[in-house]
Structure formats: structure tokens, C-alpha cells
Design a protein around this ligand. Structure first.
Ligand code: COS
Length: 385
């Protein structure tokens, strides 16, 4: 069984501790034998089941069917860590309901919140976050997708890429240039229903760890001005505020993958006989295990500090979330690599848990702000003093 002593840390209250235990029990029952043959179908199914289980309530505020008055970062993190430890796609399905609807929770008017968020929480509508473009990934302010005002509508033109849930989402939170100012200060956010004429999936993107991912094309896509999230020109801030919440949860997912890798490594080290002893009897193995366990606790401390600061202190956590994401994803990669090494040849056999983890962790060092972007953010915030 994974180390759960971190749940005794003062960052948590009873609801997060209960969530960790209940979701773990649900995951044991529900995530053991999944058919990964059709990833889209599996993701739709996981969203439905996570909705029925009540877990997606943690992705929206209570007034719209959520579990707590405001989105609770610690609950998001505990849920992602738990799901990632069991099944990467379940974590993905959960996380995207939150990231994909986060801009509505943060900046949507009452009508939009009522229309979208309860369905997100019940798993009846699949959400997606459409920010990146072929020439604007890390440099979000350089985006070129435009939204031109025409009376009571906006007309969107351009291309988005790396869009998780692209193709299976029911709606997209789309960021587009409305031109109030140059760069980051001239962007607005919109909710666009997937069936809106002028929006199409331009291409599916296949990954080393498969999940639904696509490029989207907007051609004369007309949306009502009522679909705008927040004020014109404030879209970049809405995107950044959404990322501030969900970056800490990416760290938590990395933590879940790393804990699973350590569990697998411990079983292997204790069970594998060689040279008349077990793998665990070798000091080289013990050194690896010490490094892995310490890396996991360090990442967990940063992750739950960021979540606690936001929930309990109501603080802006741009710096702390960036630190957590950088450290947790980078160190999880190393933990998983060391675990894989302990399995020798078996570690690279398709379908082995450590092989799957090895493929799954890689994208987390890139999406929602690559490690290099996190360094930029941490340095800027630190220099501000
Ligand atoms: N919360 C609230 N407001 C924020 C913010 C945050 N976290 N970060 C920036 N802002 C505000 C700034 O305060 C500034 O406001 P004013 O106009 O009032 O001065 C405005 O937004 C522009 O900010 P800034 O000048 O810092 O913009 P940059 O383009 O220089 O931002 C980074 C650079 C790298 C921080 C940003 O582009 C980023 O995070 N990129 C990575 C994006 C990403 O994660 N991409 C992956 C796709 S998402 S799956």
C-alpha cells in the first residue's frame, strides 16, 4: 500500500482526508480492468462514471453542483494524486473537467455558469481548454486566433492546437484576440459549443501515452457576445488564473504517478532474488529507494503548500504553483526512470505498469507551462520581491 502518512500533514482537513480514502476505494473497484482499445470511448465512459460517483463535483463551485463553496485546490490535488496512482486516463478525464470549465467558474456570468457547470459536475458535458496555437504555446500573448465583434456576436477565425478532449468535448473555453491592446492585454475568452458552425476538428494528434488530443480550426465561427467570459481584453488573465489553480494539480498527478512507481519498485526490490539475496538487500537499491522516497515527499510538500495557500490563506499562488509543478513533474520523471531500471528488461515491456508510467509522465513536464516557463514565472515573481 502507498504511503498515506502525508494525509496527516496540517495542510489537510477532514474533507480532503475523507476524499482520499473514499476515492481510493472507488478507484480499486472501478479502474482495475479498463479496455484501452478505444481511448475516446474510454474517456467518455470515465467522465460519466466519475460524474455518477460524485467526484467531478470537486471541479466546480457548490452553487453550481460542486462539493465546496469555491473550488478547493487541496481536493483537486488529492483527487488527481489518487486517480493518477491508479489510472492515468481517469486522472486525465477528471482534470480536464476542471481545467476545461475553470474559466467559466472564474469569469463566467451567472447564466453561463448555470448552463455549463452543473452538467460538468454530473459528467454530462465534456469540457476543454483551447489556449495554445501552432505559433503560440509558451508565449500565449502571441496568439493570432481572432474574435471580431459584429453586433451582438463575435466571429472567430484561426487555429488552436494541443487541445485535450479535442473531438470529444461538448464545449471549449477558447481564448482569442479581440484587439483592445497588443499582446497579452488584447485577448478575450469565450465558451464555444462543439456543434457551433465554423468550428471543426482539423486533425487528431497521436501521443506516446494516448489520450484525446486534437487541433481545432475556426472559420467564420459565430458566437453570441453572451458567450464571452469576463470583460473584453481580460482573457489572458482569466487563462493565467485558471492555470494558477490547475498547475498545482498537475504536480499532484505527477506525484500520483511517482508514488505508484515507488510502490512497484518496492514490491520488485523485496521480491526479486539475485546473488543469494533480494534486490532490496543491495545498498545501490537502497540508495535509489531513499532518493525516490525523498523526492516524492519534497514534491508533495511543495504541491500541498501551494494548494493550502490558495484554499486557506486566499493567496495568489502563481509562484508556489509554478514551483510545485516544476519540481513534482521533473522529479517524478526521475523516480519512474529509477523504478523502471529495477525491473530490468521487464521495465520496457509494453503494458508493464512502469512502462506505462514512463510514457505517461513525459507530457506533464510540457503541458500547462513547460518546466522552462515555470522557471521564468518563479524568477519573475521572486525578482518582484
Ligand atoms: N494571474 C493573474 N494575472 C496575471 C497572471 C496570473 N497568474 N500572470 C500574468 N497576469 C497579468 C499580468 O499582471 C499582466 O497584467 P496587467 O496587464 O494588468 O499588467 C498581464 O497578465 C500580462 O502579463 P505578463 O506581462 O506577465 O504576460 P507575458 O506574456 O509576459 O506572460 C508567461 C508570460 C510566460 C507567464 C505566460 O505567457 C505563460 O504562463 N505561458 C505559459 C502558458 C502555458 O501554460 N501554455 C500551455 C498551454 S495551456 S494547456
Amino acid at each position: 500500500m502507498s504511503d498515506r502518512t502525508y494525509l496527516d500533514w496540517p495542510f489537510f482537513d477532514a474533507p480532503q482526508r475523507r476524499l482520499a480514502a473514499d476515492l481510493d476505494a472507488w478507484a480499486v473497484e472501478n479502474l482495475a480492468h479498463l479496455d484501452h482499445g478505444d481511448v475516446d470511448a474510454l474517456c467518455r465512459n470515465l467522465v460519466t462514471r466519475l460524474g455518477h460517483g460524485g467526484w467531478l463535483r470537486h471541479c466546480v463551485p457548490a452553487a453550481y453542483g460542486g462539493a465546496s463553496a469555491a473550488i478547493d485546490s487541496r481536493s483537486l490535488c488529492v483527487a488527481r494524486e489518487t486517480l493518477a496512482r491508479h489510472e492515468g486516463l481517469a486522472d486525465f478525464a477528471f482534470a480536464m473537467q476542471g481545467l476545461g470549465s475553470g474559466a467559466i467558474s472564474i469569469a463566467g456570468g451567472e447564466e453561463l455558469k448555470q448552463r455549463y457547470l452543473p452538467r460538468v459536475a454530473r459528467g454530462e458535458a465534456i469540457a476543454a481548454f483551447a489556449l495554445s496555437e501552432p505559433d503560440a504555446g509558451s508565449d500565449v500573448g502571441a496568439m493570432s486566433t481572432s474574435a471580431r465583434r459584429e453586433g451582438e456576436h463575435y466571429v472567430l477565425d484561426g487555429e488552436k492546437t494541443w487541445i485535450s478532449n479535442g473531438g470529444i468535448a461538448d464545449f471549449y473555453c477558447v481564448f482569442a484576440r479581440t484587439g483592445e491592446a497588443a499582446g497579452a492585454r488584447g485577448i478575450s475568452a469565450f465558451v464555444v459549443d462543439a456543434a457551433t458552425p465554423g468550428l471543426e476538428v482539423a486533425a487528431r494528434i497521436e501521443l506516446i501515452a494516448p489520450h484525446p488530443l486534437a487541433s481545432l480550426r475556426f472559420r467564420g465561427c459565430r458566437v453570441s457576445a453572451k458567450q464571452r467570459l469576463g470583460e473584453p481584453g481580460q482573457g489572458f488573465k482569466v487563462a493565467m488564473q485558471t492555470l494558477d489553480i490547475f498547475r498545482a494539480s498537475v504536480a499532484a498527478a505527477a506525484l500520483g504517478f511517482a508514488r505508484r512507481a515507488l510502490d512497484e519498485a518496492l514490491d520488485r526490490a523485496k521480491g526479486r532474488k539475485m546473488f543469494g539475496q533480494t534486490l532490496a538487500d543491495f545498498q545501490l537499491t537502497q540508495a535509489a529507494i531513499a532518493d525516490m522516497a525523498t523526492a516524492i515527499d519534497s514534491a508533495a510538500l511543495l504541491t500541498y503548500r501551494a494548494a493550502w495557500l490558495r484554499d486557506v490563506k486566499g493567496a495568489r499562488t502563481t509562484r508556489e504553483a509554478a514551483m510545485a509543478k516544476m519540481v513534482a513533474t521533473e522529479s517524478a520523471q526521475q523516480v519512474i526512470d529509477r523504478a523502471l531500471q529495477m525491473f530490468g528488461g521487464l521495465g520496457v515491456v509494453s503494458g508493464y505498469p512502469v512502462e506505462k508510467l514512463y510514457r505517461e509522465i513525459r507530457a506533464l513536464r510540457i503541458y500547462e507551462g513547460a518546466t522552462e516557463v515555470q522557471k521564468l514565472i518563479i524568477a519573475r515573481e521572486t525578482l518582484k520581491g
